[in-house]
Design a protein around this ligand. Sequence first.
Ligand code: ADP
Length: 242
Amino acid sequence: MTTERLLLELRAVSKSFGHTEVLQRIDLAVRDGEFITILGPSGSGKTTILRMIGGFESPSSGEILLDGADISALPINKRPFNTVFQDYALFPHMTVAANVGYGLKVRGVKNAEIDARVGEALQLVALREFAGRFPAQLSGGQRQRVALARAIICRPRLILLDEPLAALDVELRHQMQSFLKDIQREIKTTFLFVTHDQEEAIAMADRICVMNNGHIQQLGSAHEVYYRPASEFVARFFGDNN
Ligand code: ADP
């Protein structure tokens, strides 16, 4: 459930690689518990936003605030976020349970607690009976669910998803979309979900952040961006696929 409380804020965040500015003074306020999709064409800066929030890149200027406090100095492993990338690499030599519990193990959590939490996380992604299997024995969709279980087991405040469904076929994508929404309702965590697919963004989001060329063009509900586009770009971007 979305509250009005802000979890995360980007204030005038810019990012340059060399002399090229790929994000220009981005302002974005994410409410606690909401599902935001970041939508835009390839190269518009979506991944770079996610990578800065996750701590994989630093902003060239501007601030990223969590609960109102600047997190720019927080190392990746201290940020209460977890990231799932498109290639969601699982360790091939480890069982599903070991893959899911890995993050807790490296944090020194006791085995009994790891077992209990792995069980809970696998229950959430409906894979409890697959705990002893290896990744090669799973379908693409099941592997993706293992990656998701691995992300939620540390109970992050925010889950960052970078095109997590892009490698799946259409039917499986649709299944995973509703699956992800169900999980979000269950665990009530905030999700930031990057996609270049308009339909996917509309299907999943509480709010859609439409990007082009390093700028946020519009942030609003699916209804707002679709029926009241704030710019010609937004109108055309949604129009192209109708
Ligand atoms: P999107 O996720 O929307 O496809 P990205 O955030 O990946 O866009 O990239 C935005 C722009 O930044 C692109 O022009 C890309 O080439 C450039 N870019 C991204 N990462 C790097 C990097 N590490 N070094 C140089 N340029 C980069």
